[in-house]
Design a binder for this molecule. Structure first.
Ligand SMILES: Cc1cc2nc3c(=O)[nH]c(=O)nc-3n(C[C@H](O)[C@H](O)[C@H](O)COP(=O)(O)OP(=O)(O)OC[C@H]3O[C@@H](n4cnc5c(N)ncnc54)[C@H](O)[C@@H]3O)c2cc1C
Length: 379
């Protein structure tokens, strides 16, 4: 067994770490305040090719291995989570459906723009009455001539307000349940499509979560992704990789929390000594390090399996539960180590504490993922 990262990945990781330290981290609090990533930073992310890491090279992306994508997400997650979310949908849920099931024409039309960042992708499955139970969606798509007419409401859609292209799940055959769900590629200008409410959230400022409205929305028939009835299967496949990436994001955050907490503990003096000399503080740091070690091995191992073409439904679910629950514990310890300062706005650990909470909810809650693991174990 060889655990060494390939040389090109080490170089890529160094480049990203410098970019995070020089360009992203210095403005992470500004973005938090303004709830907006400056355009000049988005342009720099485009220049680095970050929007197309996962998109095959023949369609304008890097065609990077899953392991490489994990390394990228890990590095970008060492700062404000909105930065990696900005590129996340293009590399994951907003483009992978097309990579997996798109026609050559769909790939040629959309993937190069998603890869360059000229277009932002979104993925719209969740509805007010259908989150964990995605099979309960009510949005409908009815074929009329050379178009499908979509009606319904999606909510909690990441990057929905800036997306040029959304992969939307809708019912084409209600009685068939999940086998009656189809996926559609909906462009921002399609008649009858609009962006509704933008949510106010606990965290993830700088990344917007939106309602998408379909009111007799006209979608050309050639924008059906895959065949009718394949939408749910496509969505689940897309989410397997997404869950693994979520593990990598949690890993990067844990690593940063360890650094921030160690630095603070070395300089904070109580009763005449730095608090890092106290066993109570050391054990919190050690537990964070043990967790990071376990999470890294789990994330990289599942990535390696997926790169070999193996099915990772169980592993991806386990990785997401392990990594995200661990990250929330690490954030709690980090706030504790920082004492009162850890509760103050402007402190990175306070932001991580709020932002990491989301990771146990979206792309499958911990409860649903445990159900998936149980199902896989009893197959
Ligand atoms: C910031 C943010 C961004 C998001 N981005 C997107 C996006 O881009 N695209 C998209 O489609 N969706 C997105 N989502 C939606 C997200 O995936 C859902 O919120 C999530 O799947 C949970 O669904 P729900 O909110 O309806 O909760 P519910 O399904 O109502 O669940 C409520 C609680 O009940 C538990 N529960 C439900 N069913 C069971 C069961 N059978 N057994 C045990 N426990 C159960 C859940 O685990 C949870 O704890 C986003 C959500 C947020 C908050």
């Amino acid at each position: 067994m060889d655990f060494t990262l390939p040389e090109e990945l080490l170089i890529f990781r160094d480049t990203l770490r410098k970019f995070v330290e020089k360009e992203l981290e210095p403005i992470s609090e500004q973005v938090e305040e303004e709830d907006h990533i400056p355009d000049r930073i988005v342009e720099k992310m485009k220049d680095l090719g970050l929007f197309g890491l996962a998109i095959p090279s023949e369609h304008g992306g890097y065609g990077m291995s899953v392991l490489g994508q994990c390394v990228a997400m890990e590095e970008l997650s060492r700062t404000n989570a909105c930065f990696r979310t900005r590129i996340g949908t293009n590399n994951g849920i907003g483009s992978m459906g097309i990579v997996i099931a798109g026609t050559e024409e769909q790939k040629r039309k959309y993937l190069p723009r998603l890869a360059s960042g000229a277009m932002t992708g979104a993925f719209a499955l969740t509805e007010p009455n259908a989150g964990s139970d995605a099979s309960a969606i009510r949005t409908t798509a009815v074929r009329k001539g050379d178009k499908y007419i979509l009606n319904g409401t999606k909510h909690f859609i990441t990057n929905g307000d800036i997306a040029g292209l959304s992969t939307v799940m809708a019912l084409t055959d209600r009685p068939k349940g999940t086998k009656g769900i189809s996926a559609f590629l909906v462009e921002e200008g399609f008649p009858g499509f609009s962006v509704g409410k933008i949510e106010r959230k606990m965290g993830f400022r700088g990344s917007h979560t939106c309602e998408l409205l379909f009111d007799d929305c006209e979608v050309p028939a050639e924008n059906l992704l895959g065949r009718e009835g394949e939408g749910f299967r496509i969505a689940m496949q897309v989410l397997d990789k997404g869950r693994l990436m979520m593990g990598a994001c949690a890993l990067g955050a844990i690593e940063r929390l360890i650094e921030l907490s160690t630095t603070f503990a070395k300089t904070r003096v109580t009763f005449g000594e730095p608090i890092i000399n106290r066993q109570a503080i050391q054990w919190m740091l050690v537990n964070m390090a043990i967790d990071a070690y376990a999470v890294r091995n789990a994330v990289y191992h599942a990535a390696w399996k997926l790169d070999r073409g193996e099915r990772v439904t169980k592993e991806a679910a386990m990785v997401k539960v392990l990594a995200t629950e661990t990250a929330c514990r690490a954030a709690d310890s980090a706030v504790q180590i920082h004492g009162g300062m850890g509760y103050m706005k402007g402190m990175a650990v306070e932001r991580f504490y709020r932002d990491l909470r989301l990771l146990r909810i979206y792309e499958g809650t911990s409860e649903i993922l445990r159900m998936i693991v149980a199902r896989e174990m009893s197959r």
